[in-house]
Design a protein around this ligand. Structure first.
Ligand SMILES: *Cc1c(COP(=O)(O)O)cnc(C)c1O
Length: 387
């Protein structure tokens, strides 16, 4: 069985040796745009590609405004600052995520609280969130507080796991009821839509990542999405050392950060973005082929996008029915030229976060035991090859 899978993946990618989990693909204007940067000497933190990348991401996602960052982690850090998260606040998030979500919370001195995920999305469960808040939270004035710890509960950060959107309508409803800010970690979900609207544009702020392993890459990079222009302008200000614009004076009106993406990275991003829909179409075809391959399997289930969503299928996911099979499956595939990887260790198991509050984490634990990610790169060696 594992052997059939290994052969299938090699055939799918038209590669006979090593198939990586997610490799970047460059078949468009990448080299041209990078050359333009070098020829113009504009390789650093200002330049036409920075403005263009922001404008085009805003257009593509439907956000009112987008602001570039150096990476997704500092985009999330800025999102925390911009939404007024303060030291000692509690932030509701999911235990099944990449460490960056929780690190960004920690940079402020805030405390993550881990809420279980849904079985059909792998992302933060609105039902469990409401249950936890009903039991633990109350509203004083216009703010939400934890009845037991006494801390303010400031924001909720769901993450669209492997590109699959969470139940946003229901999450928004719970956050409104409890006067909690919604910030989306959309680092994995560029090109994923919930009921026709792009992920990362539902909350007050959304964060994207363009790291090398993401759907499109700028080498390293991130982006914040806003519906509020004033907040977006503040983000730009903070990411640029909070410098007050002036022809020659260096004056700064608050503590700022050097979080702005260089032009050379944005150039790569603009070229990648031109082919985003081609990349996603190709990735979704890969997902269809996997779904077909696993359709009659007794021991492996392929994870399908949630209802009413178009997922980017950033990382394809299988669920092993027998949790004792994971080690064998990982060993066999990685030994035989097919890169596979288990889900992240749950955040509440990390020493830094082991004392954090949690809801019942039954689904997250189940995913941790069963999830394996399988090769998901753009397939170059296929009929619809371009460039
Ligand atoms: C990739 C990722 C980030 C941001 O990562 P960077 O490498 O800093 O761009 C944040 N959250 C999640 C869930 C991610 O997968």
């Amino acid at each position: 069985m594992y052997n059939d899978f290994v052969n299938f993946v090699h055939q799918l990618y038209g590669i006979s040796d090593f198939v990586p989990l997610h490799a970047p693909c460059f078949f468009g204007n990448e080299k041209n745009f990078l050359n333009e940067c070098i020829d113009s000497t504009f390789v650093s933190s200002v330049g036409p590609f920075v403005d263009r990348f922001e404008k085009e991401i805003a257009e593509y996602t439907g956000a009112k405004k987008a602001v570039v960052c150096v990476n997704g982690t500092n985009a999330l850090h800025l999102a925390m600052i911009l939404s007024g998260v303060k030291k000692g606040d509690e932030i509701l998030t999911q235990p099944l995520t990449f460490i960056a979500t929780c690190n960004a919370i920690s940079y402020i001195g805030a405390h993550p609280v881990f809420i279980d995920v849904d079985l059909d999305t792998m992302g933060l469960s609105p039902f469990t969130l409401k249950k936890w808040l009903d039991k633990n939270a109350h509203i004083i004035g216009n703010e939400c507080f934890n009845k037991f710890s006494g801390r303010r509960i400031k924001a909720c950060i769901p993450m669209h796991t492997f590109g699959h959107p969470v139940h946003l309508d229901e999450l928004i409803e719970v956050c409104l009821e409890y006067k909690i800010d919604l910030i989306e970690d959309a680092a994995e979900s560029l090109g994923s839509f919930y009921k026709g609207k792009h992920t990362g544009t539902f909350g007050s702020i959304g964060a994207l990542s363009f790291n090398g392993n993401k759907t499109i890459t700028t080498g390293g990079g991130g982006m914040l999405l806003f519906n509020d222009i004033k907040l977006a302008n503040h983000a730009k200000h903070l990411s640029t050392q909070a410098k007050v614009p002036h022809r020659w004076e260096f004056s700064h009106d608050e503590i700022g950060y050097n979080y702005r993406m260089p032009n050379i990275n944005a150039a790569l991003g603009c070229a990648q973005l031109e082919n985003l829909e081609i990349i996603i179409k190709n990735k979704r075809e890969t997902a269809d082929k996997y779904a077909e391959f696993f359709k009659d399997s007794f021991d492996i289930e392929f994870f399908i996008e949630p209802k009413d969503c178009r997922s980017n299928y950033w990382l394809n996911t299988i669920l092993l029915k027998d949790i004792n099979a994971k080690e064998d499956f990982l060993n066999y595939t990685n030994d035989n030229g097919v890169m596979t990887r288990p889900a992240w260790t749950l955040m509440n198991k990390m020493p830094m976060f082991s004392a954090c509050q949690t809801s019942d984490l039954k689904n997250a634990i189940d995913f941790e035991n069963r999830v394996v990610n399988i090769p998901s790169s753009f397939r170059v060696n296929v009929e619809n090859k371009i460039g």
